[in-house]
Design a protein around this ligand. Structure first.
Ligand code: F6P
Length: 341
């Protein structure tokens, strides 16, 4: 049997741990040939492929990024893309694919399965917004990086009696903001799921200053003030219709300064949250996902995604996992509100 593996979408700490587990188990347990496709779906579309042996995965467990490269190529948006994938797979004798990715990559995996290609999905995103799984790998690392940054920013904010707005990733879901905000003791946390009132933020910030502390505001990049993106001075949006990275945090810091008369700074953590070594938790989760994806292929259980349910690895339908995003429930957000101000 010959199995292909690819990584698509934004990179994420732990991708290499999945690749390593797939290669180790595929070769050692099943005697399969494993082929690595380069740059997500671009690999099978353009025939960018290389064999993966045990030596290729020897030192990659702790390495960030992906040794296979990634892209946001969608074969359904490329002329003849799906036929090109089918002919690449036929040419190289590939029987099945393991696709490691987020909503977009796995949405393609689902459609390809419907179109007769055997694909098993592995959920990946630092945003933790994929349905069907309790956690995605990469999220824990991103939360650690953001929390460490909040801790560091707090000491400089205290020294200068400033408000510090920390913008974290999360276009559609506020999981990173909520978890890093709770872990870092943020005084305000703002998420895309709940439009925020600038007046209320200013109230919390003022209360904090009155108690002689520097307010820390954690805001997800996709969070919007009441009234929507139009309210933001830049209002610039990405292709998803969401405010561009660096938009809301900078805007909010200026609003706070204008309305309180206090110094205020914004820090956009951006891609630092996706880079570098995965935490131990993410290495273990990614490894378990890789091992279980091999089991799914061995059982010809295509159109499925491996998923974390409690502490066990389960399988869910790709169709269910990609039907809608897993956003932060408002009652989870409400838990954090006791710490605001
Ligand atoms: O991986 C998801 C994500 O991290 C989002 O939170 C963020 O908006 C986006 O990727 C950034 O993507 P890019 O690398 O294309 O700028």
């Amino acid at each position: 049997m010959r199995v292909g593996v690819l990584t698509g979408g934004g990179d994420c700490p732990g991708l290499n741990a999945v690749i390593r587990a797939v290669v180790r188990k595929g070769i050692e347990t099943h005697g399969w040939d494993i082929l690595g496709f380069r740059n997500g779906w671009q690999g099978p579309v353009e025939g960018l492929v290389k064999p993966l042996g045990l030596d290729h995965v020897e030192d990659i467990l702790a390495r960030g990024g992906t040794v296979l490269g990634s892209s946001r190529t969608n074969p359904y948006k490329v002329d003849g893309g799906v036929d090109k994938i089918k002919s690449t797979l036929a040419e190289h004798g590939v029987d099945a694919l393991i696709a490691i990715g987020g909503e977009d990559t796995l949405g393609v995996a689902k459609r390809l399965t419907d179109d007769g290609v055997g694909v098993v999905g592995v959920p990946k995103t630092i945003d933790n917004d994929l349905a069907g799984t309790d956690y995605t790998f990469g999220f824990d690392t991103a939360v650690h990086i953001a929390t460490e940054s909040i801790d560091r920013l707090r000491t400089t904010a205290e020294s200068h009696h400033r408000a510090l707005v920390v913008e974290v990733m999360g276009r559609h879901a506020g999981w990173i903001a909520l978890h890093s905000g709770l872990a870092g003791g943020a005084n305000v946390i703002l998420v895309p799921e709940r439009p925020f009132s600038v007046e209320k933020v200013v109230e919390w910030v003022t209360r904090r200053f009155e108690r002689q502390y520097a307010p820390i505001i954690v805001v997800a990049e996709g969070a919007l003030p009441e009234g929507g993106a139009e309210v933001l001075q830049s209002g610039e949006r990405d292709s998803f219709g969401h405010v561009r990275l660096g938009g809301v945090g900078t805007w909010l810091a200026e609003e706070i300064a204008d309305r309180t008369g206090k110094e205020s700074r914004a820090v956009v953590l951006g891609h630092t949250q996706r880079g570098g070594v995965p935490t131990a938790y993410d290495r273990v989760l990614a490894t378990r996902f890789g091992l279980h994806a091999v089991d799914a292929v061995a059982e010809n259980d295509f159109g499925t995604m491996v998923a974390l349910r409690g502490t066990e690895i389960a399988r869910v339908k790709l169709a269910d996992a990609t039907a809608e995003l897993k956003t932060v429930p408002l009652e989870r957000y409400a838990e954090a509100e006791v710490f605001f101000g």
